[in-house]
Design a protein around this ligand. Sequence first.
Ligand SMILES: *Cc1c(COP(=O)(O)O)cnc(C)c1O
Length: 241
Amino acid sequence: MTEKLSIEKRFSDIEHNLEVIRSKIDFAAKKSGRKAEDITFMAVTKTVEPVFINKAIECGVDLIGENKVQEFLSKKEYLKLDSCTAHLIGHLQTNKVKQIVGQVDMIQSLDSLKLAKEISKQSTARNIVTKCLVEVNVGQEDSKTGIDFLSVGSLLDEISQMQGIKVCGLMAIPPICENESELSAYFEKMHRLFIDTREEKRDNIDMQILSMGMSGDYEKAIECGSNLVRVGSAVFGPRIY
Ligand SMILES: *Cc1c(COP(=O)(O)O)cnc(C)c1O
């Protein structure tokens, strides 16, 4: 009985949280001279059980993000993915590429030449093209994944020569900041890189997506030019590992 109740409670929380987030996205989009439809919303579902993910899908979520290859593949068969696509957003090891290529609609965590080569190889072998975002270490932090900010152009040059892979934009997680203006500076730095690389014409590169903003900062990210936000705990509650 108590368990049943708590599931119902979590269902209604998810529904409510999604409504709140939608209206905040709408507001932030307008503030930056855009419409709500210009912003893609992703529900980040790492550690979340399929029953709750399916509830979010029922409430209109049409894009989910998972961090780990194994976790996603083991949950996939339980998910209602007819009306919803999935992206990989967590760090991807080269030896796992084989398992994930063809299983997600996009890999947002492309962060090295070695990984790009493996995605190209595995995709070509399956006769598919894997859409990717280049993950950028915008704060140039040693502890973070993502390619160095200054190496993005040369990585894009290399990828433009590859088969089976297409870059659709950039993804970033800014450093933990002391204040809003410091955070905005990182988001704006990414936005400039996005605009600059979009103007440089390369084969296989079609810069359309700027993926930045999470539960604590998605409104700010949108105001600074993001057009895809990845929101987890604000939808599903705190994660229990
Ligand atoms: C977990 C995660 C998110 C979502 O984080 P929240 O703070 O829970 O919204 C977004 N992007 C990536 C890459 C993540 O790993």
